[in-house]
Design a protein around this ligand. Sequence first.
Ligand SMILES: [Zn+2]
Length: 71
Amino acid sequence: MKKNKSEIEFICPLCKTIERIPTEIVEMLDYADQIGVDTSVPPRFDCENCTGKMVPIYYVGANGKIFEYKK
Ligand SMILES: [Zn+2]
């Protein structure tokens, strides 16, 4: 089974800003989101530079689903 690294790289689809977020924080949010919500979307963060939502470039989700950002 694939595993995450210690940090996840997130990218803003609008301004292409890249930010590293510790995996434990991403997973905490991801696991907290598993109840009653759409689990087909990865955890996202507000971009600090624009109104975009940063998405993971590569992330293995709580239920084993792999998210990959397609450039
Ligand atoms: Zn942005």
